[in-house]
Each structure stands twice: as structure tokens, then as C-alpha cells.
Design a protein. Structure first.
Length: 343
């Protein structure tokens, strides 16, 4: 969603003796290849010269130069990772006007002097971004006996963290070596970390069961191998019907490791007595194009009369699979879950 550029202090940009509407300058800059957003302002250099400056965010994240905007009424280009926003979500032109602008000609003279004084053949000047994240948060508790929010004071709690602004736009996310690209990558990474962490499951009686991530991966891989052996290929759907939290986690991750899209459904305590829940299961299964059903053993027989002709697979049988685990190349863009809600 493009940022709306509103509340400009000045609507005109001066360049080489002529004046241009800010909106026109910004629109023409955005027509340049790789430019995603632009905010144009008039700045003064330390020497007092007036410069028209375009702050731009590029699609690729690469910096642009004034030469990239030849023919446009722009003296300097500053490439930023994101444009600052005010509290209304519009571009904060006041902040941009406070930016320190380097006089390019003066900088070139200083750089030449540095090279000569230090015997350098080449040099480069690097620019960095810095952001003011605002004042410490003032957390208040309101009650009937306290002043209304509009009348409250500005007392700040010691140790309050600075308020960090949220940006609706930014540069493209860059891949980092070792980062997880898919949900299954996260389980592999957690299981191989060796830190002993895992999942805690608590049943209705309050009994807690701990399952390390390594153990979860081992069980899920057996389920995945079973599903693959049954003909599941990446992109297929598998309806997951588990009687308990632990079984659900194993079944869910088994389906994901097989490259399938999981369709989790909360089971009924009694499908025979609760006909609405039986009909809901049948409707979900039909809407999902009658996928395979991976269920806890007790649920397999309970739902068999409801899903006429359905492929019902027992989770216990899947966990007993002895076939070797095979890592499936999962497309990061493919859906992991299809959730049927109450509306």
C-alpha cells in the first residue's frame, strides 16, 4: 500500500530558478525504475545554499544518485530504507527537513584533501541512517477514582522503554544464511540445536508430558514417511483429527514434513449424539475435496460412517512406520494450513 504524502509544509520546490509543485516532482521521481516511494523537500546546506532533495526508497534496496534522475528538478538524492511517518501515518516532512545535507562540492574538496594528506589513491564516503525512537512510554492505570485519560499527567515510569514507531513500508527482506525458509525448517533447526528444549503438553487431568523437539521430529518423520508411502505428494491435503494435544502435534508436523497442507479439525466427544458436529466434519471434509484423514486410532472408527469412501489413516500405524525418512523440498509459497472456523 503506497504511503500517502500529505501535510506538506511547502508545496513548491525551487530548482535552477524555477518552481515545481512537490507532488509533480515526487510523481516524476516515482516513474524512475527501481523507485518505490519518494518525498521531496527543500533543504539548505551548511553553506546556506538551497537544494532540492528527493528522499527515495528503492525496490531493490540499492542507493540512487542524482545522475539517476537526470532531467528532473532534483539536486540531491538520499536513499533510505523507509520514509519516516508522523502519528497520522503520513510522511513526516518536518523530520526530513531536519536532515543534515552534505554539500557535495564541499565534500569533494574535503575528500581530495584527505587523500592528498594521507597519500591515498582512492577513497569512499559512507552514509548511515539514524532514527530517534521517541520518548519513554508513559504507562498509566485508569480507574473510576483517577482522572480521565485526557486529564492525566505525563508521569513516566522509571525503566520504561522508548516508543518505537511502526513503519508500513520498508526495504525488501533480505535472506540471511541459516534462516528458516519454511515451517519445517524451524522444526529441523530446533531439533538439531541440542539445547534440550521442546513442547509441554498438559491434559485435562493436569498431567504434563514433555516432548523434546528432537523427539517430535523423529515421530513426525515416521508419520511423514508413512504418508509418502501412501501416495501423499507435496501440495496434497491431509485432514488431521487427533484425540490429544501431543498426538495432534505429531500428526500436524508429520503432514507438513510430507509437503502436505494440513487441515486440522477439532474432534467431537461423540459424533453419534452430536449430529451437528458430525455434519460439520462431513462438510469440512467435502469442502477440502475429500482429502486423506490422519486420525487417532479411536477416532478412525468413529468417523468412518461419516466419511463414506474416505481414506482413513491411523496415526498409531503411521508412527510405527519403519521406512527411512526423506526430506521433502517444501515450497515456501505453498500453504501450510487450511483452517475452517465458525465464520
Amino acid at each position: 500500500m503506497p504511503i500517502r504524502n500529505t501535510n506538506r509544509v511547502s508545496e513548491l520546490i525551487r530548482h535552477q530558478g524555477r518552481r515545481y509543485p512537490v507532488a509533480v516532482v515526487e510523481a516524476r521521481v516515482r516513474e524512475v525504475a527501481d523507485v518505490a516511494e519518494c518525498a521531496a523537500v527543500q533543504l539548505r546546506t551548511p553553506g546556506g545554499a538551497t537544494r532540492s532533495v528527493a528522499f527515495v526508497r528503492t525496490v531493490s534496496g540499492r542507493a540512487l544518485t542524482a545522475e539517476s534522475l537526470t532531467g528532473l528538478p532534483v539536486d540531491d538524492v538520499v536513499t533510505v530504507s523507509c520514509l519516516p511517518l508522523d502519528d497520522r501515518g503520513a510522511v513526516d516532512y518536518a523530520t526530513l527537513r531536519q536532515a543534515a545535507l552534505v554539500d557535495a562540492q564541499r565534500l569533494a574538496e574535503l575528500e581530495a584533501g584527505w587523500r592528498e594528506s594521507h597519500g591515498l589513491g582512492e577513497s569512499v564516503v559512507l552514509y548511515g541512517e539514524s532514527y530517534d525512537y521517541g520518548s519513554p512510554l508513559a504507562r498509566r492505570a485508569y480507574a473510576a477514582s483517577l482522572p480521565a485519560p485526557g486529564e492525566a499527567g505525563d508521569e513516566r515510569i522509571p525503566g520504561a522503554v522508548p516508543a518505537v514507531p511502526a513503519y508500513v513500508q520498508g526495504p525488501p527482506l533480505l535472506p540471511v544464511p541459516g534462516d528458516a525458509r519454511t515451517l519445517t525448517d524451524t522444526l529441523y533447526r530446533a531439533a538439531r540445536s541440542g539445547n534440550g528444549q521442546g513442547c509441554h503438553f498438559v491434559d485435562s487431568a493436569g498431567t504434563e508430558v514433555f516432548l523434546p523437539y528432537a523427539g517430535l521430529l523423529e515421530r513426525a518423520e515416521r508419520v511423514s514417511a508413512f504418508l509418502r508411502g501412501d501416495g501423499v505428494v507435496p501440495g496434497d491435503r491431509v485432514l488431521v483429527l487427533a484425540a490429544g494435544h501431543e498426538e495432534f502435534a505429531v500428526a500436524l508436523w508429520g503432514a507438513l514434513l510430507a509437503g502436505a497442507t494440513a487441515v486440522p479439525v477439532t474432534p467431537s466427544a461423540d459424533y453419534h449424539e452430536r449430529r451437528a458436529e458430525a455434519e460439520s466434519l462431513r462438510r469440512i471434509w467435502t469442502t477440502a475435496h475429500e482429502p486423506r484423514v490422519l486420525a487417532s486410532p479411536a477416532l478412525v472408527e468413529a468417523v468412518r460412517p461419516l466419511l463414506d469412501g474416505g481414506a482413513l489413516l491411523s496415526l498409531a500405524e503411521a508412527e510405527a512406520c519403519s521406512a527411512a525418512a526423506v526430506a521433502v523440498d517444501v515450497d515456501p509459497e505453498s500453504p501450510a494450513l487450511i483452517l475452517f472456523t465458525s465464520g
